[in-house]
Write a protein that binds this ligand. Structure first.
Ligand SMILES: *Cc1c(COP(=O)(O)O)cnc(C)c1O
Length: 345
């Protein structure tokens, strides 16, 4: 049976070019700054994200945690959207490792409003934790990859500046946000003091994320990366893949991933029993909502698996489909057909 894997965009494998680059890597001890590919990757990523410096880390989760630790101190409070990845999907690391408090603000549009952020900022009072950081996320993972507007980021930036607060951007898929908004990644990152971006999702690298910011910020961030175990010695193999992942054709693949997600959403749109908000299909995610109680998301996902279509339960009546390079337009066609067949049965 032919498998169409729409579960995640982390199922990508290094392509031949990436593998060749990896085996040609010169390799050195990156902890001492001697891995040429890591140095090259960090310089290139900083340039693309419009920041003075960048560091390579094994994961986005570590990248976000390093950023939080660098921006704050113990018992500080961070304001972020209540369903942000940092708050829901990083194993409570901010609290467990950082001794940090997370204040969630609700914003189905993806970015907290300036008013809500302003209200959430604590007064300077001995009883309160100190508000130390605002986090933004784009695309917003839990809300189906929607991309907050640049206007909304600008408004939060203004509040942050008024209160002299830094902003960290969880831009795991900033590449997808950039494609969706038709701007360079650096334009989006420009609203934040630091930005995390993943190489291991749609761009196809096997491992790794980037944290970018000012040279001074990175001086501290490098210490936290080491503290958390992110000093990885001969990283050249991974970083060569990372450099290849940032190539223009991989950005083109992301464009194609979006077109495929759109085609899937449009295909699902007129299947009875399923509801899709096409206006919220902005990147490589599609959230389909089940309208009838007899069909739960668990049941739909199980039936689709039997037909070789792999998807994810994103809630009791919500199924998530994610596109990446492992699925082409034919696969999308098979998925639409299978979903229709299950729903009509
Ligand atoms: C995947 C993801 C992360 C974490 O990255 P890992 O490399 O999986 O640790 C952080 N934020 C968002 C929005 C993500 O989608």
């Amino acid at each position: 049976m032919q498998i169409t894997d729409l579960r995640r965009d982390t199922t990508t494998r290094p392509d031949d070019k990436m593998k060749a680059a990896a085996f040609e890597a010169s390799l050195g001890d990156s902890v001492y700054g001697e891995d040429e590919e890591q140095n090259q990757l960090e310089a290139r990523a900083a340039e693309i994200l419009g920041k003075e410096a960048a560091i390579f880390l094994p994961s986005g989760t570590m990248g976000n945690l390093v950023a939080l630790l660098t921006h704050t101190g113990r018992a500080a409070e961070i304001i972020l959207e209540q369903n942000a990845h940092i708050r829901t999907s990083e194993t409570g690391s901010a609290a467990a490792v950082g001794g940090l408090m997370l204040k969630g603000v609700s914003a189905p549009s993806g970015a907290p409003s300036a008013e809500d952020v302003a209200t959430a900022i604590r007064a300077d009072d001995i009883h309160y934790p100190r508000t130390s950081l605002i986090c933004l996320e784009t695309p917003h993972y839990r809300y189906g990859g929607i991309v907050p507007t640049l206007d909304s980021f600008r408004a939060v930036r203004k509040v942050a500046d008024d209160h002299r607060l830094p902003i960290h951007l969880d831009g795991a898929r900033i590449w997808n946000a950039a494609v969706s908004l038709s701007v360079e990644p650096a334009v989006i990152a420009g609203y934040a003091d630091s930005v995390m971006a993943s190489l291991s999702k749609g761009l196809g690298a096997p491992v790794g994320s980037i944290l970018a910011g000012s040279e001074r910020f990175m001086g501290v961030a490098r210490r936290f990366r080491k503290m958390l175990g992110g000093g990885m010695r001969q990283t050249g193999w991974l970083c060569a893949c990372g450099i290849a992942a940032l190539a223009a054709e991989n950005m083109e693949q992301i464009r194609e991933d979006h077109r495929n997600a759109r085609a899937l959403a449009e295909g699902i749109e007129d299947i009875p029993g399923l509801k899709i908000d096409l206006s919220r299909t902005q990147t490589n995610f599609v959230l389909a909502h089940l309208e009838e109680a007899e069909m739960s998301s668990g049941r739909l996902v199980a039936r689709l698996w039997e037909k070789g279509i792999l998807a994810t339960q994103a809630g009791p009546s919500t199924v998530r489909f994610v596109t990446c390079s492992v699925v082409d337009r034919e696969g999308i066609g098979r998925a639409v057909e299978a979903i229709r067949a299950v729903m009509e049965a």
